[in-house]
Structures are given as C-alpha cells and as structure tokens.
Write a protein that binds this ligand. Structure first.
Ligand code: AMP
Length: 476
C-alpha cells in the first residue's frame, strides 16, 4: 500500500513526499481512512509506530475547509507532557506546510501571551497539556463548544500522571457530537473505561503489543551495588566501554536525575539533565542541545522522556530498573528507532528484584547479563530458550572494543569516537551492526546459570589501559 491509496489530499501527499516517507506505517494504513471517514478511533500503539502522522495527516485534510473563530479551537489534541505536545506541533508544521492551518501550543511553564494572541485570532488546532488548558478554560479564555475533533494521546501516561480527572473535565466541555481519536500504548481497565465513555462505535486498531520491545534493540543487564556511589561508578565504567554517541540515562526519581547529572558532569562527561520540575525554556533548550549532538548524555526522568523522537540515540542506560514495567519498553524504545540498531543496559541492584521480575514477566524473557567486574564484559550463555531469540552483545565483540577514557574536561566529542588512539571507529561501527551475530570462538563454553559470575579473560594478556580504566571508574 502507498500513501496515494489512503484518500489524502494532494497537498498532504506532497508534504509526505517532502518529508521523505514512501510507505505508510501499519497504524497509518489502518487509521487514516477511518479518520477521514469521520469515525472514532481507538488505537493501541506506542510511540515510534508513526501514530502522530496517523492522526495529524487526516486531521489536516478534515480541517482544510472551514474557519476558526476567536478562542474557539476547531480541534484539540491532549498530550501528557510539554515535549510530546511540542513534537506534535512540529508534526503539524511539517505535514501542514502546504495548508494554511493555524495552530496554538498550550503547555505549562511557558509564557502564554503569544499563544493567547493566536487563540484570539482563532486556531484550527490546539495542542495542549491538560492542566494548562483547564486553567484557561476555567478563566473563560477558551471555549470548546466548537471543537469537533478531539485527540487524546498517550492516555495510559495521562493516567500514570494523575491527569485523568482533568481530562474528564475537559472532555465534558466539548460538544457531544464530535470525532474522537484515542491512543494508548497499553489498555488497562481504567483506560478501557475512559475509551468507552469518550468514544462512539470506534474503529479499534492495535499495531504492536507493548510487551514487544523493538527488535533492533539489544538488551543487557548489569549487576551493580545498591550503594549510590558505587552504582554511579558502574555506570561510568559501562559508558566508557561502550561506543556511545548519544545516550539517554533514566532514573526513577527527579532527585536522582539531578544527583547523577552533577556526578557525571564532575567526572567530565558531556551531559545534561531533563525532568519535569525544570522550567520549560530550559527543557526545550536542553532537548535541542541533545538532539543536535551538542551534549552526549541526557540524564532524565520517565515523564520528561516519554515518547521523545530522537532518531540517533545509540544507547539507553536504565540507571534504575523502572517502577512500572511498561516504562522499560518505553525507555529502551528511545533507541533502535527508524530501523537503526540500539543498545539498552539496565543496572540492577539487590534492592530491585521485584521490579526486575515484573520487567522479565512483561517481556517474557530474561535479559542477558553482562558483567563489568573485570576488564571485559561477558554474559552467561542463554538462560532460557526464549533468550536465544534475542540479538546479543557478545563477549567477543566487547573484547575487541577499546574502552574510552573517562573524559575529564572533554565537554564535547565531535564524532563519537573514543580518544584512546586506537582505531575505535571501525570497531564502533561493527558493534552497532544491526544483525544479530552468532557467538564465535567461545560458543562451546558451558552455560553458566549463576546470576553474576566473575569475568573470564580473553587470553593471557590484559592491556594495561583496560586495568587503568577500571580503577578510575571505581573512584566515585
Ligand atoms: P511517532 O510514532 O509518531 O512518534 O513517529 C515516529 C517516527 O517515525 C517519527 O520520526 C516520524 O517522523 C517517522 N515516521 C512517521 N511516519 C513515517 C513513514 N510513513 N515513513 C517513515 N517514517 C515515518
């Protein structure tokens, strides 16, 4: 199927071609014709599936005829975070470039004066986070009586963030006769109940189960001490040995985001932080620096990073095992995007057995373990038949890599190469090969079922620089 078969207008098709898309993704293929027909849609889809274009493209065509009245938006898109709202706005700009639609973005933490002027002139599309929108509705600044299309995006995240009562109040202000598009990565009973309340005879679309992490992401587990200082040292050792070009590091708590950020900065890494308590302009500029490759590492919370579309993230590090197992899938889904390969490492301590068990249950397999207590990382052989299916980072590949020096004072690297004087570039390229490779050489090694075993060496010789690296990493 091509985009031409979906019933979109020539202007939108032109914008799609300009964006370089040739084939609709499954959610686009299934949702667009129904949205164009005016049907309600209930979509189970996670970010990275192309769902944003799945609703923005047909909306542009539906809104192409008609005019907006002052303070009465014609359509409303609710997003759980400011970053997601901004991302949807970017999508509208890209896909609506040949149409003359007006748009306003209403998110907490940024000045409202500009957006208010826009609303006064009338907007076709209002993209908002629930709290800010409700505030303005209640002050009589916005009327939703003319809003004929409603999109509720990332509904399960809205639930996690406690936004559902706000969403219900907002929806109560919309006309009963409207078109509603409702998307959620997961469909727990509360979300189903909401969908039943908000949607009329919806077309249900499910594109991929949330329990399936992207196949392009190689997942590994690293045992670490529960002592924060030692855990940070383990993370640094891991970062140093990996061919990181751009990495997200997730912490469960905002406070820990700050602590880890400051620690990495002190150790000379090119790093920034992102969490929900930061002022919006700082969040926006931080994200831009990260997207532009000006900073290499971004320490963040789940709220700030959910759904972010940054195509070149080479690694995701879970500094903490997430509290909600679903977040594991979302986090690791920030890498391995758009067909690229990605690497995801999860640090686990003696304290998070339950959380790890929940992740294991959700994804239906144990995550391959690597150890960092020796010069090279290695992993036990597959522990379950299911594990065999997973592409793995093999000990041999790792052994060939040159660990990076701790980058004291090296604020920015330009091309992602390590600074050891070795030919790391070719190795890095090799290690990011998308294809799962068969282990070589050590294939015959007996399976080891102990959760963490001492690292075996790869021959008699341990290069001195590797030993130095481990020592450095241990001094938090
Ligand atoms: P989303 O799931 O909406 O966050 O989209 C994920 C990424 O896929 C974004 O970078 C989009 O620009 C990209 N994308 C959306 N639709 C297509 C398509 N049909 N072909 C290629 N890339 C797409």
């Amino acid at each position: 199927m091509t985009f031409d078969d979906l019933g979109l207008s020539p202007k939108v098709l032109q914008a799609i071609a300009d964006a370089g898309y040739t084939t609709p993704t499954p959610i686009q293929e299934q949702a667009i014709p129904y949205v164009l027909m005016g049907r309600d849609v209930l979509g189970s889809a996670q970010t990275g599936t192309g769902k944003t274009a799945g609703f923005t493209l047909p909306m542009i065509d539906i809104l192409a005829s008609g005019r907006a009245r002052a303070r009465m938006p014609r359509s409303l898109i609710l997003e759980p975070t400011r970053e997601l709202a901004a991302q949807v706005a970017e999508n509208f700009e890209i896909y609506g470039k040949h149409n003359k639609l007006s748009m306003a973005l209403l998110v907490g933490g940024s000045s409202f004066a500009d957006q208010e002027k826009r609303l006064d002139r009338g907007v076709d599309v209002l993209i908002a986070t629930p709290g800010r929108l409700l505030d303005l509705i209640e002050r009589g600044k916005i009327l939703l009586a003319d809003t004929k299309i409603l999109v509720i995006d990332e509904a399960d995240r809205m639930l996690d963030m406690g936004f559902i009562p706000d969403v219900e109040r907002i929806v109560g202000r919309l006309p009963k006769i409207r078109q509603t598009l409702f998307f959620s990565a997961t469909m727990p009973p509360e979300i189903r109940r909401l969908a039943d309340a908000f949607l009329m005879n919806p077309k249900e679309i499910a594109v991929s189960s949330l329990t399936t992490p992207a196949e392009t992401v190689v997942q590994s587990l690293v045992r670490a001490s529960a002592l924060p200082k030692d855990k940070r040292a383990t993370l640094r050792a891991l970062i140093d040995r990996e061919p990181v070009t751009s990495a997200l590091i997730f912490c469960n708590r905002k406070r820990d985001v700050g602590i880890l950020y400051r620690s990495l900065k002190r150790h000379g890494y090119s790093v920034a932080e992102l969490h929900g308590d930061m002022a919006q302009p700082v969040r926006t500029s931080t994200l831009k620096s990260f997207k532009d490759g000006e900073v290499e590492l971004l320490v963040c919370s789940d709220v700030a990073a959910r759904g972010l579309d940054i195509p070149k993230v080479s690694h995701v590090f879970n500094f903490d095992v997430p509290v909600h197992a679903e977040d594991y899938i979302h986090r690791i889904g920030r890498t391995g995007r758009a067909g690229r390969s990605g690497l995801a490492f999860t640090l686990t301590t003696s304290l998070d057995g339950k959380q790890l068990a929940a992740v294991t249950k959700l994804i239906g397999r144990r995550i391959d373990e690597v150890t960092l207590d020796g010069p090279q990382a290695t992993r036990p052989a597959a522990e379950s038949p299911a594990a065999d299916k997973q592409p793995a980072v093999h000990a041999e590949d790792r052994a060939e890599r040159t660990p990076r020096r701790t980058r004291r004072g090296a604020a920015k690297r330009t091309n992602g190469e390590a600074v050891t004087g070795h030919d790391t570039k070719s190795r890095d390229t090799k290690s990011r090969d998308t294809k799962p490779r068969e282990p070589k050489g050590r294939r015959e090694a007996k399976p080891d079922t102990t959760p963490s075993r001492p690292t075996k060496s790869f021959g008699d010789h341990t290069p001195a620089f590797m030993l130095r690296e481990v020592k450095l990493a241990a001094s938090a």
